[in-house]
Design a protein around this ligand. Sequence first.
Ligand SMILES: [Zn+2]
Length: 272
Amino acid sequence: METEITNTLYRLNGLEWSKSSRGGQLSATKKAGVYKYVGHQDCTRCGGRGGWSGWPGFTCYRCGGCCVDPNVVRETVYTAAALPAAQEAAHKRSNRAAEKRAAEAAEARAKAEAAFAVWAAPLAEDLASVARLRGRNPFLADLADRLDSYVTLSARMLEAAKAQIARIDAEDALRAATADRPYIGEVGDRVEFAFTTVRVVSLPAFHVTSWRAVPRSLVIGRDADGRVVVWKTGSYDYPDVGQTRMVRATVAETTDYNGTPQTVISRPKWAE
Ligand SMILES: [Zn+2]
């Protein structure tokens, strides 16, 4: 039964409502000034054109070419007098929903924190080390940030973190032990020590003359106390990486490489 309305009607958002050009039915509800509208609108895909007659042509699959959207529009609309109360009620509803969401989020957070605490308890020492060394290593910094947000770490991450912590702690211990004697000798000293090769780096070739170049390497090693010793050479006579050989060499230079003291040696005589 169509209700004849003479008032201007509004949507809940306050915009003026007008009947779709496709027609529809407006009916009164039990509440004064509140109406329900059920109607059709132009197809939302083709805009009511139903297709396109130009080449190659198509028929809109949403409306089957009939131009009317298959979905029925249902709206509640209000007279100016009824609108404020409806908006107020909607506002309260959305506030209640927001409060409920906030409460649920707080509960979820508390749950996550409790689960995190259970996970973290047996790992307290390792996790404290991650936080302690976060400034030393970007990987540990990333893990520390996760822990700060109560995110647990996978077993693999934890293993990698432990390896990093052990490496940094060992380095620190070594440095502390040799703090008062960071170099293997004074410049010019001829010293004998056990050289363990850690890494060999290729350097740009050294030009003996403009037409003759000698490939060179930087041999990086440690002595028995863990102090860094380097040797710049064109020779291949030095221990393989991980191997140790006794050597007599001259201290050519004592330098600092990114905060690590290193002794540069020359004229090494390797023991067999
Ligand atoms: Zn259509």
